[in-house]
Design a binder for this molecule. Structure first.
Ligand code: KIV
Length: 272
């Protein structure tokens, strides 16, 4: 197995499968708008997830439940206009696929047609397997999502680590196998014990992408605004911050306000 990085002109679902086979880790981040997606793509990310976390990050909702299919299409089409290389995966929002497979397929088709996204993601295990088969059967790639599935937060009642007990861990392993059989090209594993994530990753051929699932998965995903340090109130153990924008942005704005008030800005060189 070679772990050398291969430079893909455009990342596809097939590239991700090859990365797993080579042992090359997959790097995924969220993005919801044109300007940041452009920077994320330019920096060499493999996958951009237009996550329904836009409901929290962009709209300030407490959960991912309120975001609509129209909102997701708006965010995804902005991201697509920015991206040259990354594979763009778009979340099917709560209420757009749980009803039945036909409804799920028409939601997925709307995302593909109206945003230009490359794939969709949906949450759940065996209860969504036939829905996944239907969507994949129509030619749309599907990413699965197991473990902590935020669209079910009111069922769980908490954002705590999932599948710590044996029965839940066994069910998650079975669900991962089912999602692979149903045709998923990859699975997000959110907030589960690292040992379980390793076992899942070794038991299926498609890549696993972890968030709070340890290092023995095939790739990692973080919410962009969290890893850039924009949300100083959110500090789960799995989050590594690469910038401190939560203090840098207000400090830059304070300087600007001061410069305007003191008439330092604009100076002569900044005027026509
Ligand atoms: O919506 C999202 O950002 C996600 C990631 C946390 C995987 O689903």
């Amino acid at each position: 197995m070679s772990t050398a990085k291969k430079d893909y002109k455009k990342v596809t679902t097939n590239s991700l499968f090859e990365m797993k086979q080579r042992g090359e880790r997959i790097a995924m981040l969220t993005a919801y708008d044109y300007s940041l997606a452009k920077l994320v793509d330019k920096a060499g990310i493999d996958v951009i997830l237009v996550g329904d976390s836009a409901s929290n990050v962009m709209a300030g909702h407490e959960t991912t439940l309120p975001i609509t299919l129209d909102h997701m299409i708006y965010h995804a089409s902005s991201v697509i206009r920015a991206v040259d290389r990354a594979l763009v995966v778009v979340d099917l929002p709560f209420g757009s696929y749980q009803g039945n497979a036909k409804e799920a397929l028409s939601s997925a088709i709307r995302i593909m047609k109206e945003s230009g996204g490359h794939a969709v993601k949906l949450e759940g295990g065996k209860e969504v397997a036939s829905t996944i088969e239907r969507i994949v059967g129509s030619g749309i790639p599907v990413m699965g999502h197991l473990g902590l599935t935020p669209q079910s937060i009111y069922k769980f009642g908490t954002y705590a680590v999932r599948a710590k007990i044996e029965a839940e861990a066994e069910q998650l392993l079975a669900d991962a196998q089912m999602l692979e059989n149903a045709g998923c090209f990859a699975i997000v594993l959110e907030k589960i014990p690292a040992q379980l994530a390793k076992k899942v990753s070794e038991s299926i051929k498609i890549p696993t992408i972890g968030i709070g699932a340890g290092g023995d998965v095939d790739g990692q995903v973080l919410v962009l605004h969290d890893m850039l340090g924009m949300n100083t109130d959110f500090s789960p153990r799995f989050l590594r911050r690469y910038l401190d924008l939560g203090t840098q942005i207000p400090s830059a704005i304070e300087q600007y306000v001061g410069d305007v008030k003191s008439r330092d800005f604009p100076n002569e060189a900044e005027s026509y």
